[in-house]
Design a protein around this ligand. Structure first.
Ligand SMILES: CO[C@H](O)c1c[n+]2c([nH]1)[C@H](O)[C@@H](O)[C@H](O)[C@H]2CO
Length: 452
């Protein structure tokens, strides 16, 4: 019998992007500014002063990008909607031209046999809502549910897989605790409040979907296995804190209805007590969970804010351009932990990929074709698909894989310095060039994973 991997019937092969990272034209056709429009135009916030004003110009080039997806054989495409294109003030008046953009995109995807997976929120909060406190205002649960209703009514049926939030951990840790991401706050008191309001908003949006939608909705989290740097009790405790803070802080309330106890230990006086009805709102039944996986952390006790943990670099490890260790086994371990902790809820790998150095422009091969060789990315992807297959064989119900990312794009405050795309973007000419990894991935899809 061939030992080629066998992926389940119906396993969905796709790729992922996010609105602010690829679209450009953030204020076109009546759209309102987001916190990322403001953050990028605040001096010192973005590497090289890069902004999302043009990005991959996907707002204008969307039809050609869908054609490219079709040529690559993608079966699904995970993208996010810019809230402030739909509701320029974040709530109230709907901007029909913004809605029309996504409606056309969805129709074009369906016309090319590509299933849309729509993320309501991928970090680009309307600036008008940030002016009202944003994720620190408890009313945002209602604002977010109302935004979801507009999209559910317009697109449900054509969109059959919905995601409420992309990575509440990054929104909070980056935007409210450490300040590296929009809206750039640095407060141990604000972070738990933003986290809790994000999860209340998630629950309210799922509840609203059950009144309107007829298909599936889930939550996307970034989780990362934590391995102790030594067998000391201090490092074991550090792993427990780091694991609770990143991996359980959002999945526990969403799926179990409570926070892990370590969070009170981590935040101390800054950890609020929340009313019981909040947990009922947050713990809405989900149809799936999306897991974004990139790397692991070998964790030790250290003096750090607020976890008192540190990450130990592995001398024999391989690292990506973003400084993340390549560790496929971590994905298998994580998926087995998820099944053991939360049961048999269907899982999609909604992001997995790596930034390695790619040139600013494609080269031209002996046949006169543009080419971008990216063997390190191919190796990363091959190994992680193997890790996913191992988890499937161990009984984890994994339904699909969305490669991060379809296109090189704006890597948030790192600007255009990091390239995650399987398709190269020349930011001067906006030319798209499928990298070798894209050609390889097409074959993986064509053979349903047998040709890893
Ligand atoms: C900290 O790693 C996270 O899991 C993570 C990595 N990534 C993400 N989350 C975001 O969802 C994407 O928008 C990023 O472009 C992508 C690459 O950095």
């Amino acid at each position: 019998m061939s030992d080629a991997p066998v992926f389940p019937e119906g396993f969905l092969w796709g790729a992922a992007t996010a609105a602010h990272q690829i679209e450009g034209s953030p204020l076109a056709d009546g759209a309102g500014p987001s916190i990322w429009t403001r953050f990028a135009h605040t001096p010192g916030m973005m590497l090289n002063g890069d902004t999302g004003d043009v990005a991959c110009d996907h707002y204008n080039r969307w039809k050609g990008d869908v054609k490219l997806m079709r040529e690559l054989g993608l079966q699904a495409y995970r993208f996010s909607v810019s809230w402030s294109r739909i509701l320029p003030e974040g709530k109230g008046r709907v901007n029909q031209k913004g809605l029309d953009f996504y409606s056309r995109l969805v129709d074009e995807l369906l016309a090319n046999d590509i299933e849309p997976l729509l993320t309501l929120y991928h970090w680009d909060l309307p600036a008008a809502l940030d002016d009202r406190g944003g994720w620190l205002n408890p009313d945002i649960a209602d604002w977010f549910a109302d935004y979801g209703r507009v999209l559910y009514r317009a697109l449900d049926g054509r969109v059959k897989k919905w995601v409420t939030l992309n990575e509440p951990w990054v929104v909070t840790d980056g935007g409210y605790l450490h300040g590296a991401l929009a809206p750039g706050h640095r407060s141990r008191f604000e972070a738990p409040i933003a986290s809790h309001h994000l999860m209340r908003a998630h629950g309210a949006a799922v509840k609203a979907y059950r009144e309107i939608g007829k298909h599936e909705i889930g939550l996307v989290v970034n989780i990362e296995p934590k391995y102790p740097a030594s067998d000391s009790a201090e490092d074991a405790a550090a792993v427990r804190r780091a694991h609770a803070y990143m991996n359980e802080q959002y999945l526990h309330p969403a799926l179990l209805g409570h926070y892990p106890p370590e969070l009170k230990e981590i935040f101390g006086e800054a950890w609020p007590e929340w009313p019981a009805e909040d947990y009922e709102l947050i713990k809405q039944p989900l149809d799936f969970v999306g897991i974004n996986y990139y790397t692991r952390s070998v964790t030790k006790a250290a003096t750090s804010y607020p976890l008192n943990t540190g990450v130990v670099k592995q001398p024999l490890g391989t690292y990506t351009e973003t400084g993340w260790e390549v560790f496929p086994q971590g994905l298998t371990d994580l998926l087995l932990w998820f099944k053991q902790t939360y049961g048999d809820l269907p899982v999609y790998i909604t992001e997995n990929g790596a930034a390695f150095f790619d040139p600013p422009a494609a080269s031209v091969d002996e046949n006169g074709n543009r080419r971008v060789r990216d063997p390190l990315r191919m190796d990363y992807l091959r190994k992680h698909l193997g890790a996913i297959h191992d988890a499937i064989r161990a009984g984890v119900d994994i339904r699909g894989y969305m490669l991060w990312s379809l296109l090189d794009n704006l890597e948030w405050s790192l600007g255009y310095s990091k390239r995650f795309g399987m398709v190269h973007v020349n930011y001067v000419t906006q030319e798209r060039t499928p990298k070798d990894s894209a050609r390889w991935y097409s074959e993986v899809i064509r053979t349903h994973g047998r040709k890893l």
